[in-house]
Design a protein around this ligand. Structure first.
Ligand code: SD4
Length: 323
């Protein structure tokens, strides 16, 4: 009882899901196209302030973007990490996938590539992102979860110091409040097109007040997303600095390869992380190659996600209770 085409997308970003569904179902385009056009909606709408320009300024006040695209038919990947001054991060990732032999381009040089491909170079700052940054500066850079010291009432802007055992322990127990206290809603989308080809993609502006140069999990193959036509796909969201240590999207796909259902595979992937970081915050959406979907999450109450497939007459928001 195959259910595809299908689109499954993190959080409540239903406009992006509806767009991807239109591309895949009515226009009969590929899963890759559906994901790029769907995620681009969120980049333009600045979904939750955490996708696209004008959100999550780094310590210098600049917004940089991470994005990823994986083709489960060819196992080809295109990604950009901390790209500057280009709004269309996932479209640039598609250009990396289609026009280069590389997998990921980063920073200013990703910008140069994008410009070469015809993308417009422009500031990603907005009044809102400038205010987030200046408020943070005026509070002596607090909160600053990136500083390797235990929370103290003092100034938390660098310089950075070596990590102590004490910090490590505290960080395992409480670091994760970073994402509990920030909203942190990367778009992570998985889709199967009418030919049965599977793809995964992500787009995000990362984490507030990060150290310039920080790249999150979202563009990392196997972490932010993974797709393999012979099994299925997954996409993750949450505390990227923790998530990327465990490659949860690839884990979930491999768990399905070994026979688990999408829900079970997602849960197992989250469990692998929470075993080491009991308070980490994250979620994952998962589909198998037949279009059976699932999701799992940790560290928050509920994880909403949206789905569109042929048996629905509109986009549907579901949620899973988290561990
Ligand atoms: C990051 N994973 O850069 C991203 C943020 C995020 O849901 O997912 N938010 O760490």
């Amino acid at each position: 009882n195959a259910k595809f085409p299908i689109v499954v997308n993190t959080w409540g970003f239903t406009n992006a899901t509806v767009k991807a569904w239109d591309v895949i179902n009515r226009q009969k385009k590929s899963a890759i196209d559906a994901i790029v056009e769907g995620c681009s909606v969120c980049e333009r709408e600045q979904c939750d302030g955490t996708v696209g320009y004008g959100g999550s300024p780094n310590e210098n006040g600049e917004t940089c973007l991470d994005a990823f695209l994986m083709d489960g038919r060819t196992m080809n990947v295109g990604a950009v990490g901390s790209i500057r001054n280009i709004k269309d991060a996932i479209a640039v990732a598609k250009h990396v996938l289609l026009y280069t032999k590389h997998t990921m381009l980063v920073g200013e040089q990703a910008t140069d590539f994008a410009v070469m491909m015809g993308f417009k170079k422009e500031s990603l700052s907005t009044e809102k992102s400038k205010k987030i940054h200046s408020d943070w500066k005026s509070q002596n850079c607090q909160p600053n979860f990136w500083q390797n010291v235990l929370p103290s009432p003092e100034k938390h802007c660098g310089p950075y110091v070596p990590i102590s055992e004490e910090f490590l322990t505290a960080s395992r127990e409480s670091h994760e409040s970073l994402f509990a206290s920030n909203n942190h809603d990367t778009i992570g989308m998985v889709a199967i097109d009418t030919s049965g080809d599977i793809a995964a993609g992500t787009s995000t502006n990362g984490a507030n007040h990060k150290i310039p140069g920080r790249v999150g999990d979202s563009p990392i193959p196997g972490s932010g997303g993974y797709a393999d036509n012979s099994v299925g796909a997954a996409a993750a969201t949450g505390d990227g600095d923790i998530l990327m240590r465990f490659l949860p999207s690839m884990l979930a796909v491999e768990f399905m390869r070994n026979g688990m259902s999408p829900d079970e595979a997602g849960r197992k992937a989250m469990e692998r992380i929470s075993r080491h970081y009991p308070k980490f915050v994250g979620g994952i959406v998962v589909i198998d190659k037949n279009g059976i979907y699932g999701a799992a999450c940790h560290g928050i109450d509920y994880f909403p996600f949206s789905v569109y497939h042929p048996k629905l007459d509109g986009v549907k928001v579901e949620k899973r209770e988290c561990t």
